[in-house]
Design a protein around this ligand. Structure first.
Ligand code: PRP
Ligand code: URA
Length: 216
């Protein structure tokens, strides 16, 4: 499926060579659970670096070795990372390596294999989302239903600034998210070709949750 330029604008495909190399290793059918987990974490770290590139800074005066100096620090409240259960958990440590004091909000969604609709089963958000950036993490953006549902949960709680970090995106999912929430920028290692008749991304990674948790 072709992605129209207006939808492509809301998607940042991170074409860094390390990202592309690690993604290629992830795509191999014989990648072990252990290796899949490690690569997921490494990719998440690199993608989060890009997703946090425009965080606002503010000046601060500190005592340096040669007297008072002005430095820059991240402005505002600590961000919240929002892993979508289960597979999003696989990306969490990679993101936390970069923002170790981030808050964590958790959303549990299972995609119904027949309807492809996300079925919520858990949510636990940090209390004050109003002036906090939320970064949703989930390896796969397929139909986009899970990401849209998570964005809507966050917005209902008052969250105004949301980004999404995924490893692989399908054009169908990017379009759905863009149409419903054009304010949400998506960061991905790849924009793949299309979804198959079961809603799986082609070429994709297969079932990312099963691979991360070793359920296959
Ligand atoms: C997968 C994936 C996303 C969702 C993407 O999770 O991790 O959350 O599907 O599909 P969508 O864009 O069509 O909504 P799944 O529901 O399989 O659960 P899991 O993480 O527990 O494996
Ligand atoms: N969930 C996955 O894990 N993979 C896909 O390709 C689609 C949904």
């Amino acid at each position: 499926m072709e992605l129209k330029p207006e939808h492509a604008m809301q998607l940042t495909v991170v074409d860094h060579p390390l990202v592309q190399h690690k993604l290629s290793l992830l795509r191999a059918e014989d990648t072990s659970t252990n290796k899949f987990r490690l690569l997921t974490e490494e990719l998440a770290r690199l993608l989060a670096y890009e997703a946090t590139r425009d965080l606002a800074l503010e000046p601060k005066t500190i005592q340096g070795w040669c007297g008072q100096i002005e430095v820059k620090q991240i402005k505002g409240k600590k961000l919240t990372v929002v892993p979508i259960l289960r597979a999003g958990i696989g990306m969490l440590n990679g993101v936390l390596d970069l923002v170790p004091s981030a808050k964590i909000s958790v959303v549990g969604l299972a995609r119904n294999e027949e309807t492809l609709q996300p079925e919520p089963y858990f949510e636990k958000f940090v209390g004050d989302l109003h002036d906090r950036l939320a970064i949703i993490i989930d390896p796969m953006l397929a139909t986009g239903g899970s990401l849209v549902a998570t964005i809507e949960m966050l917005k209902r709680k008052g969250c105004k600034e949301i980004k999404a970090v995924v490893m692989v995106a399908a054009p169908e999912g990017v379009k759905l998210v863009n149409e419903a929430h054009p304010d949400v920028q998506i960061y991905a290692a790849a924009l793949d070709s299309h979804l198959n008749e079961h809603g799986y991304i082609i070429p994709g990674l297969g079932d990312a949750g099963d691979k991360i948790f070793g359920t296959v």
